[in-house]
Design a protein. Sequence first.
Length: 100
Amino acid sequence: MENKPKPIFDKRIFWDVDFEKLDYDLRANFVIERVFERGDVDDIRQCRRYYGDEKVTEALLKAKFLPEHRTHLASAVINKPLNEFRCYLLRQSNPGLLPY
C-alpha cells in the first residue's frame, strides 16, 4: 500500500489478537473479514478507504465464513450477489449447520 494513514478500528473487533501488533497489510484478508463480521458502518468505511473496493471485494468473496446477516450486508456494500460469496455457497451445501 502507498503511505495511506492506517485505519482506526475499534479494538473490540480484534478482541482475540494482539491489536497493537496486527499488520494491516500482511493480514489484509483477516482484517477485512473481521471488520465486516464485527465492525460498524464507520469501521467498514475506513476498511474500504484503506484497502480499496477491489481488495475488499476479493477478500469478502473468498471468505470461508461470515455470519448470514453480515453476508447480506457485504453483498449490498460491494454490490455482488450472494451466490458469488464462498461463505454463502458453503452454507448452502451444508444446511445441517444451525445459525447462531
